[in-house]
Design a binder for this molecule. Structure first.
Ligand code: AGP
Length: 616
């Protein structure tokens, strides 16, 4: 969602801010802006649309200064217009604010300010915040300018309800930027003679890999030579400097035309990274020290709750199949946004996992906090190191997939499912899997990356299938057992980036309603591996074909009989049925990618979507 970049140093800020905003583009946005503080005072440039529009406007306006704040906005309150783009100024035009999050009580605050003579120039909730901070700043008699700004920020934040990550700058204070967070991520990037504020390390990693992840209720000041973090009460906060694991190059597209394709092709490696150091051949089990739980504690667990949103929810659904079938521990999956408003019963032997690529999804974070409130041991399965879920959970597992920039999650899905498989192995070995079973699982897991390479080699064939069906009116995705969530994931990918309406179903549900949709311009994608329900899937394929619905089939190498039914058959290497979701999803990722490209869609930045959903 919205992105923040702030810079204070000795270099001209505008190109640094624009570069940072470009690196945050993947989060999703529909307008952008910068404000610089230089010899001529404050200069603000804002534009609806892409960063390129803002870049062109900055080129014309040539704002100067070595301190500045900037923003990419994903519209919540008010349309994506130049006026609604951030930064927003206060009544006097001397103070500017960029803001991620939502100020829920902005309307009454706005009414009060209007009654006092303030006039507003946008429909945003954020402008209320800039007016409030500005008013407190103007009223203050404090002599120290920085302290005056910090106090004004604190007073304003005390009167708002909602979530925020903010950066604030004042024309009379060109040597400081003030930031604060509650519910929206914010980090400090530490340089030499320069410092950064950003909502995401991706914005600063080309300048520094040393960062401080801020916590909720932290108030930060950055200057050229230092930084200070304190609580609203003025108590110095505990600060830990972390080293970012990836470099700026890892977040570049390289030879690929899109991040999504790059990330699909990274899967052999991302899977290896997810498993590295976590498979013990000696003990024939998985090793996950980050869970912070002993076998004695794990054996007591009689119920597991898995929660996530979107793709992470689908990975959790696969996890439910795996944990129940391999470890026999009752497991339930919850959509995180629903879980937080339910009153789920828990006992002392309940264990909760939240799955999240970003580690910042607000609903998933809230689901975790709700679990913790109930006394449940809550663990995170997260990609982004240092993210809020990673820091607030009681332990967990990093999936180590590396930066995922494409809005459509790909490699993080297969890595999350891999971690779910490792968890099933660990719990299975504690309960009833023998050492021989465990070793067999390890062999099969280690064979996966090479099998993925085989699938990726079929990219051209999948591209041809995608081009053939790219004008479809809609698409159905069908699968059974652990491949039902894969069908949901295939449909989500198709919707997100190609804008073709798609839905995923358990194959057997076809006859209970969905079959009414079948017609010649609505292909059905069947995930039909060589497993116990292969014949059932074939019967469902026949039912679709009998009604002139085209079929694309994903099946196991060797099941060539499907070629009698359809010419669009994609083969994946053989593997045990519990691993088929990891392999079967890859052709579906490629199918949606090539369909979107054939339709001329902006694959990495699909309309209306944000990579990290930090508002409810
Ligand atoms: C997946 O392609 C989507 N971009 C989206 O559903 C995503 O998986 C969801 O928003 C959850 O994000 P998270 O993994 O960062 O929590």
């Amino acid at each position: 969602m919205c992105g923040i970049v702030g810079y204070i140093g000795n270099r001209q800020a505008s190109s640094i801010l624009l570069d940072g905003l470009r690196r945050l583009e993947y989060r999703g946005y529909d307008s952008a802006g910068v404000a610089l503080c230089g010899a001529g005072g404050l200069q603000t440039v804002k534009k609806a649309g892409r960063i390129a529009n803002l870049g062109a406007a900055v080129e014309l306006a040539k704002p100067e200064g070595t301190v500045g704040i900037s923003h990419t906005r994903w519209a919540t309150h008010g349309a994506a217009t130049d006026e609604n783009a951030h930064p927003h100024a206060d009544q006097g035009g001397k103070l500017v604010v960029v803001h991620n999050g939502v100020i829920e009580n902005y309307q009454p605050l706005r009414d009060q300010l209007i009654a006092k003579g303030h006039s507003f120039h946008s429909q945003t909730d954020t402008e209320v915040l800039s007016h409030l901070i500005g008013a407190y700043f103007d009223e203050s008699t404090e002599k120290d300018g920085t302290q005056r700004l910090v106090d004004a920020v604190k007073l304003a934040l005390a009167s708002v309800k909602g979530t925020y990550g903010i950066a604030v700058m004042h024309a009379s204070l060109p040597d400081v930027i003030v930031g604060a967070r509650l519910g929206s991520p914010l980090i400090i990037g530490l340089g030499k003679g320069e410092h950064f504020l950003a909502s995401d390390v991706a914005a600063v990693v080309s300048h520094t890999r040393d960062v401080v992840y801020l916590n909720d209720y932290d108030i930060v000041t950055i200057t050229r030579d230092g930084y200070d973090v304190q609580s609203h009460q003025g108590v110095p906060a505990q600060v830990k400097i972390s080293r970012v694991e990836f470099s700026a190059d890892d977040a570049e597209m390289g030879e690929f035309p899109h991040f999504m394709l790059k990330e699909i092709f990274e899967q052999p490696n991302s899977l290896r990274n997810a498993m590295r150091g976590r498979l013990s051949r000696d003990e024939c089990t998985a090793v996950m020290g980050g869970l912070n739980m002993t076998p004695k504690e794990l054996v007591q667990i009689d119920r597991i709750i898995l929660a996530g949103c979107g793709t992470a929810y689908h990975a959790a659904m696969v996890g439910e199949y795996l944990i129940e079938s391999l470890a026999r521990v009752p497991t339930e999956v919850e959509i995180a946004s629903e879980f937080r408003y339910r009153n789920v019963p828990a006992n002392k032997n309940t264990l909760q996992f939240v799955l999240s690529q970003s580690g910042e999804t607000i609903d998933t974070l809230a689901a975790m906090r709700e679990g913790q409130r109930k006394g449940i041991h809550c663990l995170g399965i997260v990609n982004t190191v240092g993210s809020t879920i990673a820091r607030e959970s009681d332990g967990g597992v990093y999936i180590h997939a590396g930066p995922e920039i494409g809005v459509a999650a790909t490699k993080t899905f297969t890595s999350q499912v891999t971690i779910m498989t490792l968890l099933s192995l660990l719990l299975g070995r504690i309960h009833h899997l023998s050492s021989v079973d465990g070793l067999e699982m390890i062999d099969e897991l280690e064979a996966l990356p090479d099998k993925i390479v085989t699938i990726l080699k079929q990219a051209e064939k999948i591209k041809a299938i995608a081009e053939k069906h790219c004008n479809a009116e809609g698409m159905l995705f069908m699968g059974r057992q652990a491949n039902y969530p894969v069908a949901l994931e295939g449909a989500l990918k198709m919707k997100e980036i190609s804008y073709i309406y798609a839905s995923g179903h358990p194959s057997a549900e076809l006859k209970h309603g969905v079959i009414a949709l079948v017609k010649p311009d609505l292909p059905s994608v069947f995930i039909a591996p060589d497993d116990a329900v292969f014949d059932k899937n074939v019967s469902n394929i026949e039912e679709v074909l009998a009604r002139k619905g085209p079929v694309i089939a994903v099946t196991t190498e060797g099941r060539t009989e499907l070629e009698r039914l359809t010419e669009d058959v994609i083969y994946v290497p053989d593997c045990p049925s519990y691993l088929t979701p990891i392999l079967n999803v890859i052709p579906l990722q490629l199918l949606s990618y090539y369909t979107a490209v054939a339709r001329g869609c902006d694959v990495d930045k699909p309309r209306n979507l944000a990579k990290s959903v930090t508002v409810e």
